[in-house]
Each structure stands twice: as C-alpha cells, then as structure tokens.
Design a protein around this ligand. Structure first.
Ligand SMILES: [Zn+2]
Length: 238
C-alpha cells in the first residue's frame, strides 16, 4: 500500500500533461501543493464533479516515486463555485490566476486567509466586480506594494487630500499633488474602502468604478510587482 497524506486546500489550476492526466495546483493553509490527477478526462472519473478552480477540497494524496503526489480521493466542502454570470466567471478566473502566480511573492497562509474570506463573500452573493477589485487591492498589500492610503505620500497629512494616483502610488495633498488633476471624491472614497474594509463590512462599488480599479490595479501590479494577469482585461468584454 502506498503511503497517503491528507491536505485541505483550494484548487487553483489544472494543467493537462497527457491525454488523460493533469497536474493540479492547490493552496492550503501551510502552502501551495501540486499533485497529479489521473484519468480526469474520462467520463467515469470520480474527480470530475469537483475538480474546478476555487473549490475547497479535502484531498487524499498517494505518495509515489520521488515523493510525487497523486490524487486518490477528494471530498469537497461545499458546492463547486460555478460562475453563472460573466462577472462571476471573471472573478473566479482572476482569483485563480492571481493566486497561482503569487506563490513566490507572498506568505501562503495570508493568501489562504484572503481566499477564504473572498470565497465566503462570493458565496454570500457580494458583487463579483467589487470583489475582484478588493482582491487586487489586498493582493498588492500582501505582495508588499500597496499604495499609500493613510495620508499624503509626501508629507503624511490626512487633511486636504485631493489626488489618488496609481502612478505615484497613493494619496497626495493639495500641496504635493498640485501638478496632478484632482481625483473625484468617489474614487478616493473607494480606494479608502478597498484598503480599510472590515471583514464583516460589505463592499459596494458601482460597476464602472469597479472596472476602473480592476484595470488600474492590473497595470499597477505588473509595474510594481511584475505580476502580469491576463484576467484583468475582462472588463473589455462586459
Ligand atoms: Zn502632502
């Protein structure tokens, strides 16, 4: 009998590597882990019902040669989170892509906690575009490149803030942002909410503002953290 281990985590990605098998990447509390999933393309595969991105699963994994893991059994914790609308599908694909690509830049336990929080919000029917913007904001903080949102980038004052600039990386006061166009009050309030939302607070962003943040954070994360996310461009399809 091969040795087995149990790991709980969110499935992030499936990469086919032969006609019938795939490699899975998952994120658990203790870190990322990969394992082979054999026979997934067969209609009889017992794994087909739950092997979808962002499903939280208790995986039973068999250890093979060179400690390579392969899926033996799995029990999902809840229903598979299918995206019904384009916005929901976009949120799930942004989350799985962003988490898959952040394995080296942030602590796995923090990314896991963020995933758990966002999936709970998603299941509670919070607006998926707002959640996508929230994900990118939180991810920028975990990657250590969050914009300055507590006061002016230059002098730290909290009074008379007139500009939020992704390019500069935060808020600026009237004096230090004088050469930049003023930001609208709602954009500045949104930024503040994205970074200071309590766990039990509900985030509501108008769709056009959510799309603005998703695209802007996409460019910002690419420039500041080298994280290039294809899924951020989904706004163009909405
Ligand atoms: Zn200032």
């Amino acid at each position: 009998m091969p040795e087995t281990i149990e790991r709980t985590g969110y499935l992030l990605r499936l990469t086919p590597y032969s006609d019938s098998s795939s490699m899975a990447l998952a994120l658990g509390e203790e870190g990322y882990f990969s394992f082979a999933v054999r026979g997934l393309s067969s209609p009889k595969s017992p794994f087909r019902s739950f092997m979808f991105p962002l499903t939280k699963v208790r995986f039973l994994l068999a250890k093979g040669k060179g400690d390579k893991l392969s899926l033996k059994e799995g029990s999902p914790f809840s229903k598979t989170p299918f995206g019904k609308s384009l916005e929901e599908m976009a949120f799930l694909s942004l989350l799985s892509e962003g988490l898959s690509k952040s394995s080296e830049g942030a602590e796995a336990k923090d990314l896991y906690a963020l995933t758990a929080e966002l999936m709970e919000r998603f299941e509670n029917k919070e607006e998926p575009l707002g959640l996508s913007a929230l994900f990118l904001a939180r991810l920028s903080a975990l990657l250590g490149v969050a914009p300055e949102t507590d006061g002016c980038l230059v002098c730290g004052t909290k009074k008379g803030l007139t500009v939020f600039s992704f390019e500069k990386g935060g808020f600026l006061c009237r004096e230090h942002g004088s050469d930049l166009p003023h930001s609208s009050l709602s954009i500045m309030q949104d930024v503040y909410r994205l970074f200071h939302l309590p766990r039990d607070g509900v985030l509501k962003l108008p769709q056009d503002e959510a799309l603005y943040f998703i695209e802007s954070f996409g460019i910002y994360l690419e420039e500041r953290a080298g994280l290039s996310l294809k899924s951020v461009s989904f706004g163009k399809n909405l």
